[in-house]
Write a protein that binds this ligand. Structure first.
Ligand SMILES: [Zn+2]
Length: 263
């Protein structure tokens, strides 16, 4: 809403010829208008609610949803199962310190740290690292080429030659496995090397559930949280209220027509 208004404002400012004695009508908006005219794009920060599903998508029968096995749920049902379970857990703060690490992880829908999970995270980090890191080292020759680590058979490489007088504009090329590459500008030699990694063995569960962990959701927890946070005329935990009452957005009727913005 705000960004749309801003876009309209800055668009209008650009289209209308600027009078000599132009004064911003709304001083508070002038700062961000100036910013919007800068030479770079500004992207809004990503917020947790950007990844949330609307509460209309919550299944109507939450009681049987919460009694089902989370492994057998589809995307939407699993989303709501874990969201309600995790929020119910958080909304019961006095019992949080009494839980074991594995039990808390499971109730929050998180993975415990084990060898398999570390391995998988390591691969993600290796990939992120290889994706973004420039390498600095001795000038590559045929005897001693610049080694280009890659997790696949090719990687885009840019050569800048070196520093000072040796530096040239970046020259980009596709460095493929099995060849030596010579920079057309400075004759530096490059070679791709594959970085191999192993995934956990086939059929191995990377997130095993400990036998001591209680994996059945206690529906009374949801009712207790609702009792604690949503009484006295205040709805401080809308998800819990909606889950129990079949409403949307913390108490709105589910079948009500969509109201126009600002109505
Ligand atoms: Zn070069």
């Amino acid at each position: 809403m705000l960004s749309a208004a801003r876009r309209v404002l800055s668009g209008a400012a650009r289209l209308t010829p600027k009078p000599q004695s132009w004064q911003p009508a709304v001083p508070a908006a002038a700062g961000c208008q100036l910013e919007a005219r800068r030479g770079y794009r500004h992207w809004w920060r990503v917020l947790p609610e950007d990844f949330e599903l609307n509460s209309e998508s919550m299944p109507k029968d939450v009681k049987s949803l919460m009694a089902s096995n989370p492994h057998n749920l589809g995307f939407i049902d699993a989303y709501w199962y874990w969201r309600i379970r995790a929020e119910s857990t958080m909304m019961d703060p006095e019992n949080l310190p009494k839980k074991s690490y594995k039990q808390l992880c499971r109730d929050m829908g998180l993975s415990i740290v084990n060898e398999q999970a570390e391995n998988l995270l390591g691969i993600v980090e290796l990939y992120e690292y290889l994706k973004s890191s420039p390498f600095i080292g001795p000038f590559g020759t045929i005897e001693n080429p610049v080694l280009v680590p890659a997790i696949h058979t090719e990687r885009i490489v840019g050569c800048t030659g070196g520093t000072g007088d040796n530096e040239h504009v970046p020259l980009w090329f596709r460095c493929r496995e099995g060849f030596l590459y010579r920079c057309g500008e400075c004759d530096q030699i490059f070679m791709l090397v594959r970085v191999l990694y192993e995934l956990p063995e086939e059929g191995m569960d990377i997130n095993p559930i400990d036998p001591d962990v209680k994996d059945v959701f206690d529906f009374a927890l949801l009712e207790k949280g609702n009792e604690v946070w949503n009484t006295g005329g205040m709805i401080n935990w809308p998800t819990g209220y909606d889950a129990l009452h079949g409403t949307v957005y913390g108490g709105g009727a589910r079948d009500e027509d969509q109201r126009a913005i600002g109505e």
